[in-house]
Design a protein around this ligand. Structure first.
Ligand code: NAP
Length: 256
């Protein structure tokens, strides 16, 4: 059985190593491959996958909206977020899920119910995080974004300046390429209880947001843990089995 990740570009993805480790640990003769596909070929490529032995695929930038559009059915999360990161092929139909939301909540490691949250960023990842926090009963979800208009489109409380909150999430791409945090006005945030960075680096090195968060005394959740948990949910959707979390974590850990 085949699975894979559809993106453009997709060369940097850690998902093949992580999912192939999961299949080995679960003793499944499955493979997970990189599927680099440009936007103009996305829909026709997806439609060929079921006939080529594919059970499903993850979807990353820039195809998450198109993935939801072409699906025959979609989970509540995918519909509410307006994007899908997991496609499943069964009985001639295509189902869309969004495991970015559930993966973020699982990585958080505690319920955000009755807690306040601040999300930095208003792109696709922030959209999933905001929905997840609201769906899980957060008392308040504030969104700050460099381009304020985009923050106002997320269905949460848009703020002009970051403010203190129990849970702070970096859903911008700041820290992906360099260590410069200066475009995030973090000074007013104070000391959150939990800080989660969605950004992770190929070599697993600490991101500037997690370094900042550690200094505040927050419990830190890094982007690799979020990647792991969304991948585990995709694995479970495709295989119907519990994901071998430790084997997957070991594969993407910077110490392996
Ligand atoms: P996106 O749709 O391109 O959104 C990027 C966001 O970052 C926007 O809010 C953008 O603000 C902001 N931004 C970019 N450069 C900035 C800067 N210099 N200063 C302040 N804000 C800046 O990307 P996305 O899909 O939401 O992904 C965001 C990050 O999360 C990426 O690094 C991605 O790799 C990561 N991610 C990780 C996981 C995981 O499993 N760990 C899952 C999904 C995404 P503007 O609106 O002003 O442009």
């Amino acid at each position: 059985m085949l699975t894979g990740v559809l993106g453009w570009p997709v060369a940097h993805s850690r998902s093949p190593a992580m999912q192939n480790a999961a299949f080995r640990a679960a003793e499944l003769d499955w493979r997970y491959v990189k599927l680099p596909v440009p936007p103009e070929l996305f829909a026709e490529t997806v439609r060929t996958l079921p006939g080529s032995g594919y059970r499903g695929a993850n979807v990353t930038i820039p195809h998450k909206l198109a993935a939801l559009d072409l699906a025959d059915e979609a989970s509540d999360a995918a519909r509410a977020i307006g994007a899908a990161n997991t496609l499943t092929f069964a009985d001639g139909s295509i189902r869309a899920d969004n495991t970015d939301a559930g993966g973020f909540l699982a990585a958080l490691g505690e319920s955000p119910r009755e807690r306040t949250a601040l999300v930095l960023g208003a792109g696709g990842a922030a959209r999933a995080v905001v929905w997840a926090l609201q769906d899980a009963g957060a008392a308040d979800v504030a969104v700050w974004n460099r381009t304020p208009q985009r923050a106002r489109e997320l269905g949460a409380r848009a703020v002009e300046r970051p403010e203190p909150a129990d849970i702070v999430v970096n859903a911008t791409s700041v820290g992906l390429q360099d260590d410069d945090l200066s475009s995030l006005p973090l000074d007013a945030i104070g000391a959150p209880a939990v800080a989660c960075d969605l950004v992770y680096r190929g070599d697993g090195s600490a991101t500037p947001f997690t370094v900042w968060a550690s200094r505040t005394g927050a419990r830190v959740v890094d982007g690799l843990e979020v990647l792991l948990r969304q991948g585990a949910l995709s694995f479970e959707i495709w295989t119907g089995r519990a994901a071998p979390i430790e084997a997957m974590r070991k594969e993407i850990s910077p110490h392996t």
